[in-house]
Design a protein around this ligand. Structure first.
Ligand code: NAP
Length: 313
């Protein structure tokens, strides 16, 4: 459980992009009083109108320049492919000594594309909260999204440790556990734990959709737990995931190569009737699942804790 902060961690936080991650940050900032004021900006009038209607941020601004003026923390919460254009838009308007961070799912590309655009007078500390849902937009956020989840900070060489400690305090106040990690290692770890699994889910749902001998109606009606989980993942925002694969190309291709090798080995074991291979493989993977539950990163309730109504089976 998060304990309310005794004093704001930042005087003014500017959220650029007002989707799932930014809106969850705002509600969690409010929950614990982590900022004196939060300003917000999104590129579309529709999102800004929604944000004003639901009270998302203390002040919704009509330009990124207005939102970042006087902010001591600026959070870039847009798709990875849009980070650089947003950074060049805000760069001339940043307060001296401000910290700029981001929440993008890929880190090396953000460092390479955003870093050179920012003035030397600001601290640039990339970050990535490992928390999300398949929903997007300003109305999808909730205050508990980051509770007991990891947030990885990726400070570049020469970053002021005091600025990093302040950003760490914010994420801890948002409910997250914080660790620092090197950018390339981050991108490899996330290729294993998030990016490639998403690609596999997209593929499996695409296969089911293409398969003429099983109708779409049957797929929906009889979808077992495994496939339902794939469909949930494959419902994630297309822009965000397009950008993830375009910017974490090397690590994703490396993991995909290994995945393909393992898949061929399993395919061969099925064809040749090698039950020992299948049994040993599934025994090893079961242990990984147990480790995730023991680490508190998921529930061991049957069917991921879903309440199942008989009519829906
Ligand atoms: P989201 O709900 O889709 O919101 C994206 C926001 O970015 C919207 O406000 C959108 O503005 C704005 N935007 C989109 N394209 C833009 C462009 N070309 N230029 C300027 N602004 C643009 O996204 P999200 O899930 O919050 O993701 C934001 C970041 O967090 C991404 O970098 C993603 O990789 C990362 N992340 C996501 C998750 C997750 O599970 N969703 C988890 C961890 C990290 P409009 O509304 O005006 O279109």
């Amino acid at each position: 459980m998060t304990t309310p902060a005794t004093a704001p961690v930042y005087n003014r936080i500017a959220l650029i992009g007002l989707g799932l991650i930014a809106s969850s940050m705002y509600w969690a900032i409010q929950r614990s009083g982590l900022a004196g004021e939060v300003t917000g900006y999104a590129r579309s009038q529709a999102t800004r109108d929604t944000a004003r209607r639901i009270g998302l941020t203390d002040r919704v601004c009509d330009s990124a320049a207005e939102a970042v003026a006087g902010a001591d923390l600026v959070v870039l919460a847009v798709p990875v492919g849009a980070m650089a254009s947003v950074a060049s838009e805000i760069a001339p308007h940043l307060a001296q000594g401000a910290t700029v961070t981001d929440v993008g799912s890929v880190k090396r590309d953000v460092i390479n594309s955003v870093g050179p655009l920012l003035p030397e007078s600001v601290h640039f500390i990339p970050g990535h909260p490992l928390a999300g849902t398949e929903h997007s937009g300003p109305e999808s956020g909730f205050a508990t999204l980051f509770d007991n989840r990891w947030c990885l900070l990726v400070p570049v060489e020469g970053t002021d440790p005091k600025a990093t400690a302040q950003l760490r305090a914010l994420w801890e106040g948002l409910g997250a556990n914080v660790e620092e990690m090197d950018a390339d290692h981050h991108d490899l770890v996330l290729a294993v734990t998030s990016h490639t699994p998403h690609l596999i889910a997209y593929t499996m749902v695409g296969v089911a959709d293409d398969l003429g001998r099983v109708t779409d109606g049957e797929v929906i009606k009889y979808s077992a737990a495994g496939f339902r989980d794939f469909t949930r993942i494959a419902a994630s925002d297309p822009t965000m995931w397009r950008d993830v694969f375009l910017t974490n190309k090397d690590a994703t291709l490396e993991i995909l190569g290994r995945f393909t090798e393992e898949l061929f080995a399993l395919q061969r074991a099925i064809r040749t009737g090698d039950g020992d291979h299948l049994f040993d493989y599934f025994t090893r993977t079961r242990a990984i699942r147990r480790g995730i539950i023991e680490a508190g990163q998921d529930t061991d309730a049957p069917d991921f804790g879903r309440s199942v109504s008989k009519e829906k089976i």
